[in-house]
Design a protein around this ligand. Structure first.
Ligand SMILES: Nc1ncnc2c1ncn2[C@@H]1O[C@H](COP(=O)(O)OP(=O)(O)O)[C@@H](O)[C@H]1O
Ligand SMILES: [Mg+2]
Length: 254
């Protein structure tokens, strides 16, 4: 495994050259960062769980026709993905006020939003991932208007689908961040969902207790961080009692 060429090492994952051209191996680390790298830590087992959770969610999304980079999981910490040209925009979809939206506009955390709100952030660590508008994105050439239209349409489909999926296991999808990339097949270019979908980039609250089951437990030092990631995997039915063996169907909570 260490013989493979390392393409990129980020905060949460490492990308290696894949077995065939146009593929990459995405390795999930236990490292966690928050507040633009100011807070660093390790969440033991996070990489294994996020690999599984992202596999599960990307597979379900693929089944409803959302194109994704996911090919297959290779082992506990690695998955094979299609290499894409990452669009340097993070798309955030919000259903309930939390995090920076609550802070910026003084809206108490937990306030239901009148409708889902889509925000864009420019992927630049040096600049601290600033929030940008459609105007900035198209004027600076980060994405074409058509790319952006596709990204928003896909993000809203992801929101509808995942909101329902999580509701079925007693979790509220408060908000989440997506990354997209360009994938060329022959002469055709398609926008596909890339990166990962996991409790690292989704806010998930228990429907009944409002308990946070996501990276906010790490950000806000709430404790039981590992347990939260495990609980999400358990409710999705991908954390069997005897260790991670088979993928089972999600467990519905009444
Ligand atoms: N299919 C893909 N092809 C190429 N790059 C990807 C793909 N999916 C995700 N990436 C990129 O790989 C990196 C994943 O590692 P991560 O630790 O999340 O990095 P970062 O610290 O930049 O967020 C991200 O920069 C992400 O944009
Ligand atoms: Mg990342």
């Amino acid at each position: 495994m260490s013989r493979r060429r390392r393409i990129y090492e980020g905060k949460a994952k490492v990308l290696f050259e894949g077995p065939e051209p146009g593929t990459l191996v995405q390795y999930f680390k236990d490292d966690a960062t928050a507040f633009n790298n100011q807070k660093k830590g390790v969440i033991t087992g996070k990489g294994v769980l996020n690999n599984r959770i992202s596999e599960y969610l990307m597979t379900r999304l693929g089944e409803i026709g959302v194109p994704t980079h996911f090919v297959r999981r290779l082992n506990m910490r690695e998955q094979l993905i299609r290499e894409v040209e990452i669009i340097p925009i993070e798309v955030v979809v919000r259903n309930v006020a939390a995090g920076s939206l609550s802070k910026r506009f003084g809206i108490p955390e937990g306030t239901a939003l009148p409708r889902s709100i889509v925000e864009y952030y420019y992927k630049s660590e040096e600049l601290g991932n600033p929030m940008v508008s459609e105007e900035h994105i198209t004027a600076f050439g980060w994405a074409a208007p058509q790319d952006l239209d596709d990204m928003v349409a896909l993000s809203l489909r992801v929101n509808d689908y995942l909101s329902g999926l999580f509701l079925g296991i007693g979790l509220r999808l408060v908000d989440f961040k997506l990354e997209f990339g360009r994938l060329w097949e022959n002469e055709e270019m398609r926008i596909v969902l890339a990166d990962e979908i996991s409790p690292d980039n989704c806010r998930l609250w228990d429907i009944k207790t409002n308990e946070k089951l996501d990276k906010d437990r790490f950000r806000q030092d709430l404790g039981k961080v590992e347990e939260a990631y495990q609980e999400v995997a358990r409710r999705l039915g991908i954390l069997p009692e005897g260790g991670p063996v088979d993928v089972k169907a999600p467990k519905t909570i009444q």
